[in-house]
Design a binder for this molecule. Structure first.
Ligand SMILES: [Zn+2]
Ligand SMILES: [Zn+2]
Length: 150
């Protein structure tokens, strides 16, 4: 296929740059999440993610540990991807080149949004998790809360 050569490749890393990775092509979707777990795991009032098919994700170096599906660098604690069978959910802030050109299409857990943040005008608004219009085979197989986050 010739589209691979033309696909944009983005590099990413943790705070200490020990963990490095690449994602190729455009993400499947981009979203913001205000949920409790995203707040706690990032230390920020919300988190922004882009989701790629797992085949598009390639960790190049470094060591990670994982808690509640969320991976982080064992040296600096910087958040990196959440890997499931079918998808790689990458925190936008871990990408190296900014601005990324990625814009959120939806927001999750809007009941937990800080009052000084307004809704993104063009983004879908969901009170809790994203309704899965078309659950993937992987999502159905893995089941359970947290198997598909964004
Ligand atoms: Zn690190
Ligand atoms: Zn969340």
């Amino acid at each position: 296929m010739s589209d691979h050569a033309a696909a944009p490749i983005r590099s990413g890393s943790c705070l200490c740059r020990g963990v490095t990775f690449r994602v190729s092509g455009q993400p499947l979707r981009v979203g913001l999440c205000h949920c409790a777990d995203c707040r706690k795991s990032s230390g920020a009032p919300y988190a922004a993610y882009a989701v790629w098919p797992i085949e598009a994700y390639d960790q190049e170096s470094g060591y990670t540990s994982t808690y509640a599906n969320r991976s982080f660098c064992t040296t600096c604690g910087g958040r990196v991807a959440w890997l499931s069978e079918g998808e790689a959910e990458v925190p936008i802030g871990s990408l190296d080149e900014v601005p990324t050109g990625l814009a959120p299409e939806y927001e999750l857990w809007t009941t937990r949004r800080e009052h000084w943040l307004g809704p993104l005008p063009e983004a879908g608004q969901f009170v809790q998790d994203r309704p899965e219009a078309e659950p993937t085979a992987d999502a159905q197989a893995s089941n359970g809360p947290g198997s598909v986050h964004l």
